[in-house]
Design a binder for this molecule. Structure first.
Ligand SMILES: [Zn+2]
Length: 321
């Protein structure tokens, strides 16, 4: 009996021990598994951290490269823009040079095609060649002339200026008619003979000689009124003459032989086209055409038929005779 009790106790104790051992083993396995899992997680974390660090470094590197590329591109753009501006400036300069050359050529061409006689001063020793005729002449419409049955001719380029003068005068109730315009060498020769017969070789001679040259140009006219007929010398007393004195320069016409001109007798009826620019300067400077040096007058040749007067820089000087 005692053995039975002892034996039972021993058996029980052994089972408990085995059970405890099992429990300990299971616990140890659990701890081990958890430790392994923890190790795995730590490794994964480290790996991810490394990867993140690498990615950050890659990103920083890429960003830096990108910034560097942008800077390089910006510099290239600035350089390109600078080149473009420089090229545009070069083109502009070349265009200015070409324009200047073209303008100079145009001026020479215009001068070459402009008749120098148009602004020439004539004297008793310098007359127009007897073969000279205006390049293009037209017939002045009859209503503008004193004797509609007689054809009057004028240089074609001058007519628009004269027509405007006559039309504006009419609008202002000014009575103006053309009694003489272009006269050929032969016509003037006959007229001069008639003058000589009438007046003798006296006061009218210079005037007839001078007028002859200017009328042969085709740019010069003699005005009268519809009532005065050919009484040239009374023309000075008319409102028509006063209107011409105040306004003719605006249309490019000047009085060739004003009062006390020192060269020829006063001819209030005799007006010559010299272009708006020169007429304006003569008017503003209170100068006479025949008092200005020929070289100064010639500077206005280029603009003689321009419709608007050009402002000239140098004032006109008076010449000595
Ligand atoms: Zn005349």
């Amino acid at each position: 009996m005692p053995c039975y009790n002892v034996c039972v106790k021993t058996e029980t104790s052994r089972k408990i021990t085995i059970l405890l051992a099992l429990v300990a083993l299971i616990f140890a396995c659990g701890i081990g598994y958890l430790g392994y899992q923890n190790y795995q997680l730590t490794q994964t974390k480290l790996s991810l951290e490394t990867e993140l660090t690498n990615t950050k470094q890659d990103f920083a590197s890429t960003t830096q490269k990108l910034a560097s590329d942008i800077e390089a591109f910006r510099e290239l753009l600035i350089a390109t823009q600078s080149d473009k501006v420089s090229a545009e400036q070069d083109i502009r300069k070349q265009k200015e040079v070409l324009d200047a050359i073209s303008s100079t050529l145009g001026t020479y061409e215009k001068l070459a095609n402009t008749d120098r006689e148009l602004l020439a001063k004539y004297s008793r020793v310098y007359f127009l060649n007897e073969n000279y005729t205006p390049k293009y002449s037209i017939t002045i419409p009859a209503p503008y002339t004193y004797e509609p049955e007689k054809e009057k001719m004028i240089m074609a380029e001058v007519w628009p200026f004269l027509q405007k003068l006559l039309d504006d005068a009419k609008t202002a109730n000014i009575d103006l008619k053309i009694i003489s315009a272009y006269r050929s060498f032969d016509t003037q020769g006959k007229l001069k003979s008639a003058y000589t017969v009438t007046y003798g070789i006296g006061s009218n001679k210079f005037s007839a000689d001078q007028g002859y040259s200017e009328h042969q140009l085709g740019t010069t006219i003699d005005f009268t009124t519809s009532k005065l007929a050919a009484s040239f010398y009374t023309f000075e007393k008319t409102a028509s003459y006063s209107w011409l004195m105040e306004n003719a320069y605006k249309y490019g016409f000047i009085l060739s032989y004003p009062k006390k001109n020192g060269y020829y007798i006063f001819e209030p009826w005799h007006w010559r086209f010299v272009g708006k620019s020169l007429a304006l300067r003569l008017h503003d400077g209170n100068k006479n055409f025949y008092d200005i040096p020929q070289r100064e007058i010639n500077e206005y040749l280029i603009s003689i038929f321009e419709t608007e007067p050009k402002v000239q820089i140098a004032p006109l000087s008076s010449s000595t005779r």
